[in-house]
Design a protein around this ligand. Structure first.
Ligand code: ADP
Length: 451
């Protein structure tokens, strides 16, 4: 592989530029008019502007991206995460233009992207799934019958959901009937598709996901788990690896299930199998993300394996150069998502100019960010400024290091989530490794200044 087009922006585009450079591969950035000054555009070997500032006018314009790929004569397209990363039609366009899509085939993306088909596929592979409706629910009556069969509480979820949006919990028939209509209209507004389905609501679960890597020769491995239970409104804030909850025996069981689920999808590349785990250690498949995840660095720091390079190598047809028993988890790593949001004003986005920027460093600290002093955060995209990762020989070391790095991180001119992360890192339940997905609700009650 000689040249890769990066169909993304922000920190992940920069991350891919860096991996390409280390592999001796040229990188081509495509960018919107709002991202002219962006670091990934400045650091890539070549750059082509593909449109106006909105995502719809640039990073989601598949035809312009394919044209840029053809003009610049690239071998492959790396989609990053978000935008077109899980778009089966885009992957298929790449396939028909003979440009390698760095990820799974369009058919694997479609299979795992449809939540109902994905659940059926992994169930047939013997992987436990959350009890729920077989497909979309079309009427209030059907919703009520399904919920009564499964037993309350239940969660209503959008078929086209993503990013934690479009979910409503119901504890009884009265609230279910109301929430069914609310969920449908929310889903219609957010995704242009009002279809919803119903699942058993697992009480106080942990969100534990397995990193997968599969090559084109049929080898499928897992690189251990990430615990992403610290979430606000079903969106991840902090991720860590290994999970303080997972024993070596549970890791082996869940890892085997994650591999079985992946193989059932006929999968190539990096991917993530997400599970919910209840307090007894029973686990249920939630969904598969058929792309690199925001939180991939914690796995990289724990295992020493560069996931973006592995994606590119696998896409070039190379076999994975190690086996399952050669993967070890020698470190503990934590990642805090640093967003340009005001955590004391209901997390309202805070775009604008970063007047002063100083990133932390030192032993065991990694910052994946496209920000710099003078950079203007555009209002058009998600509000992530960067990811702060701290790692060390054990959880205690990683926490202390993260706490110190958060105190060093200076970002002036915009509001950030740094004060929130600092408070979470001090929280006794978080420190004791007790966080489930309800942690943030309890934390907000204990810390009313964040709301
Ligand atoms: P999305 O695709 O929007 O990210 P997911 O299905 O991955 O949605 O779920 C996101 C989060 O929502 C989970 O990590 C969990 O906190 C919560 N959640 C989803 N389904 C359930 C469920 N059945 N029971 C309890 N919590 C759930």
């Amino acid at each position: 592989m000689q040249k890769v087009l990066i169909a993304n922006r922000g920190e992940i585009a920069l991350r891919i530029v860096r991996a390409c450079r280390e592999l001796g591969i040229k990188s081509l950035a495509v960018y919107s008019e709002a991202d002219v000054e962006s670091l990934h555009v400045q650091l890539a070997d070549e750059a082509i502007c593909i449109g106006g500032p909105t995502s719809a006018d640039s990073y989601l314009k598949a035809d312009r991206i394919i044209s840029a790929a053809e003009i610049a004569d690239v071998d492959a397209i790396h989609p990053g995460y978000g935008f077109l990363a899980e778009n089966g039609d885009f992957a298929e366009q790449c396939e028909s233009c003979k440009i390698k899509f760095i990820g799974p085939s369009s058919s694997a993306i479609r299979k795992m992207g449809d939540k109902a088909v994905a659940k059926e596929t992994v169930r047939n592979a013997g992987v436990p799934i959350v009890d729920g409706s077989d497909g979309p629910i079309s009427s209030e009556e059907e919703a009520s019958e399904t919920a009564n069969r499964i037993g309350y509480p239940v969660i209503i979820k959008a078929v086209a959901g993503g990013g934690g949006r479009g979910m409503r919990v119901a504890h009884n028939d009265v609230s279910l009937r109301k929430e069914f209509h609310v969920a449908r209209s929310e889903a219609e507004k957010a995704f242009g598709n009002g279809d919803v389905y119903i699942e058993k609501y697992i009480q106080n679960p942990r969100h534990i996901e397995f990193q997968i890597l599969a090559d084109s020769k049929g080898k499928t491995l897992h690189l251990g788990e990430r615990d992403c239970s610290v979430q606000r409104r079903h969106q991840k804030l902090i991720e860590e690896a290994p999970s303080p909850f997972v024993s070596p025996e549970l890791r082996e069981k869940m890892g085997a299930a994650a591999i079985a689920a992946t193989q059932a999808a006929d999968y190539e590349g990096a991917g993530t199998i997400e599970f919910l785990v209840d307090e007894n250690g029973d686990f249920y498949f939630l969904e598969m993300n058929t792309r690199i995840q925001v939180e991939h660095p914690v796995t990289e720091e724990v295992t020493g394996i560069d996931l973006i390079k592995q994606q590119i190598m696998v896409a070039s047809g190379e076999p994975i150069g190690f086996d399952q028993d050669q993967i070890s988890y020698n470190y503990h790593a934590i990642e805090c998502r640093i967003n340009a949001e005001d955590p004391s004003k209901n997390f309202i986005p805070s775009p604008g100019c970063i007047d002063l920027y100083y990133a932390p460093g030192g032993h065991g600290v990694r910052v994946d960010s496209h920000a710099y002093g003078g950079y203007i955060i555009p209002p058009y995209y998600d509000s992530m400024i960067g990811k702060l990762i701290a790692y060390g020989k054990d959880r205690e070391t990683a926490i202390q290091r993260m706490y110190r790095a958060l105190q060093e991180y200076l970002i002036r001119g915009v509001k950030t989530t740094i004060p929130l992360h600092t408070a979470i890192l001090r929280d006794p339940d978080f420190r004791a490794g007790k966080a489930t997905t309800s942690f943030m609700n309890d934390f907000m009650e204990r810390n009313p200044k964040f709301d």
